[in-house]
Every structure is written in structure tokens, then in C-alpha cells.
Design a protein around this ligand. Structure first.
Ligand code: NAP
Length: 279
């Protein structure tokens, strides 16, 4: 299964996230691809990700016969406010140079000459977009126009920021990646803005951000009726409502279970129950 954004590039319907895997990143990326994931999310940000170790996994997978073009690789430009002293660019350089240096470093880490998706990790300010966001987005648009990335996107945005970006940008984002809280209607406002602009919404921390819903009898009853796990019900709900979920599991059995969520079918009533469950 795949999704498409407004520029018609196919994106796998489930993504494996590599945050917080530390030294286990190489092994876990290999396990995830061997379990059936074809999309990998990382970031050039050593505080939370080991992009180079994800790259080591890609080398091992290539030796195993899994070629680069069978995988969808997504990584991020993380501004200085999300980095420690180990910035993958000259932090004193202008922002356009920072983006280009970070991008080149990501390509080197991932042993590739193109990305499938390149994402701005987050705007510089919590509300609205400022001069820095505009400069960084223009640099990311330049990478897209050069053909070195097939899609571009933004993460950790409000609906207002996304709408503003879509109005101001020369190239609108094709993906948005946000933490998805059930208590906010599963980020309903941002999902609706994505739908209006033909943008793929990627939801992360679907499980970790919503621990409270797992005690709810209504979702437990749905899982029981389907003979499925609670995580599977949440991932299937995400897919069926039109988003692309990320999973951050470190357990090979959970990798398989998460992928099997795609086979479940939730009724309209199930969907309504889950859509409003934490509100
Ligand atoms: N853009 C951003 O700012 C940003 C921020 C955070 C995350 N992300 C991305 O989103 C990815 C996922 O985030 P996340 O790790 O918070 O996601 P998550 O999938 O909600 O959380 C992972 C947790 O869920 C558990 N889990 C997964 N599948 C399970 C299953 N079938 N049964 C039971 N437990 C299960 C895992 O435990 P086990 O390990 O035991 O399976 C782990 O504790 C990250 O790796 C990263 O790529 C992006």
C-alpha cells in the first residue's frame, strides 16, 4: 500500500522511526526492513538520532540484496535550537549554508545521492513563521528543485503555521510530521489542513502520546472483537483515517504485529469511537 501527496510521489503507508535507538539503530533498522518496513525516518540530530548508524544498516541491507531504490528514506534538517554542540553544519554560517551542509552530511551518512523526503524538523518559533523559517524553507525548496530530494516537508507545526507556509511558499510541503494526540482529535486541525493542500500527514508517538486511551473499555472491546492488539487498532485507525503512522518499536515481534495492522478493517462505528476517544 502507498499514499501520494500532490506531487504524486508514492510513499509507503507505514514508516519505521529511528529516534532514541542509540547503538541499536543499525540492528533495528535491519530488523525493521527484514520484517517488511520499506520507509525509514531519521534526522541529522545526534541528541535523538544516529543517522550514520541507520546508514550502516542500509549498507548491510544492500549487501543482502535490498537496493536503495526499494527503500523510502526520510531525514530532517534540525535547526540549532534542536541541536547540542554536535551540529552537522557550521552553526555560525548563514541558514542556507547550514541546510546545504546538513543535507550533504545526511547523504554521506545514508550512503545515497538522493533522499525521498527531506523535512524541516520544526519552525524556529512556536507561533507563526519568521524570517529564519522563510530562509530555511527557501533552501529546502532549492534542494527539491535540484532533484536531490523527491519530497519536502515540515514537522512540529500548528495548522496556522502550515497554512501560512502553503500560502507563502513557492513549493508547498508534501509531508507534515506531527506528534498525534488523541485528546486533540488526533491532530484534527493539522490533518484537515493537510487534506486541503494534498499533503501527507505523518503521525508519530501514536502510542506513547496516548497511553491513557489504552485503559478505555471502548477501544479494548474493539481490539477484543478483532482479535488484535491495542497498538494494532491504533495504527489501523491512523491508516484508515488517512494518515501515515510511524512506529518506534524496538521489538521484532511488535514490528510484525504493527505491519499486520494494515490487514484489519475497522467499521465506521469503530472509527467514530476512536476518533473521539481521548477528548
Ligand atoms: N519529528 C519529530 O520531532 C519526532 C519526534 C518524536 C518521534 N519522531 C519519529 O517518530 C518515531 C516513532 O515515535 P515513538 O517511538 O514515540 O512512537 P511509538 O510507536 O508511539 O512508541 C514506541 C513505543 O511503542 C511501543 N510499541 C510499538 N509497537 C507496539 C506493539 N505492537 N505492542 C506494544 N508496544 C508497542 C514500543 O515498545 P517496544 O519497543 O517494546 O515495541 C515503544 O515503547 C520516532 O522513532 C521518530 O522517527 C519524530
Amino acid at each position: 500500500m502507498s499514499l501520494t501527496a500532490y506531487n504524486n510521489v508514492p510513499v509507503p503507508s507505514f514508516m519505521y522511526g529511528t529516534a532514541w535507538k542509540k547503538e541499536a539503530t543499525t540492528q533495528l533498522v535491519q530488523s525493521a526492513v527484514n520484517a517488511g518496513f520499506t520507509a525509514i525516518d531519521t534526522a541529522n540530530q545526534l541528541i535523538h538520532y544516529q543517522e550514520a548508524l541507520a546508514g550502516d544498516a542500509l549498507l548491510a541491507l544492500a549487501q543482502q540484496g535490498i537496493a536503495r531504490d526499494r527503500l523510502f528514506l526520510q531525514t530532517k534538517f534540525t535547526p540549532t535550537n534542536g541541536q547540542d554542540h554536535r551540529t552537522p553544519y557550521d552553526a555560525s554560517a548563514d541558514l542556507t549554508t547550514q541546510v546545504i551542509q546538513s543535507f550533504d552530511s545526511s547523504l554521506a551518512h545514508l550512503h545515497t545521492d538522493y533522499l525521498d523526503s527531506y523535512v524541516l524538523h520544526g519552525p524556529y518559533q512556536q507561533q507563526g513563521l519568521g524570517v529564519a523559517d522563510r530562509e530555511v524553507w527557501a533552501a529546502i525548496e532549492g534542494l527539491y528543485r535540484s532533484g536531490r530530494t523527491k519530497m519536502i516537508g515540515i514537522s512540529n507545526v500548528t495548522a496556522e503555521q502550515l497554512t501560512q507556509l502553503c500560502v507563502e511558499a513557492t513549493v508547498k510541503p508534501m509531508v507534515v510530521q506531527n506528534r498525534c494526540y488523541a485528546a486533540r482529535g488526533w491532530d484534527k486541525e493539522v490533518r484537515e489542513a493537510c487534506r486541503a493542500h494534498g499533503i501527507i500527514y505523518q503521525g508519530f508517538s501514536l502510542l506513547t502520546a496516548n497511553q491513557g486511551i489504552f485503559a478505555e473499555p471502548a477501544i479494548r472491546a474493539i481490539a477484543q472483537r478483532l482479535g488484535a492488539g491495542l497498538a494494532q487498532v491504533v495504527f489501523r485507525f491512523a491508516m484508515q483515517i488517512g494518515m501515515l503512522p510511524l512506529t518506534g518499536t524496538t521489538n521484532p515481534q511488535h514490528m510484525k504485529e504493527d505491519l499486520q495492522a494494515e490487514q484489519l478493517i475497522l467499521t465506521d462505528e469503530d472509527m467514530q469511537v476512536i476518533e473521539t476517544i481521548g477528548m
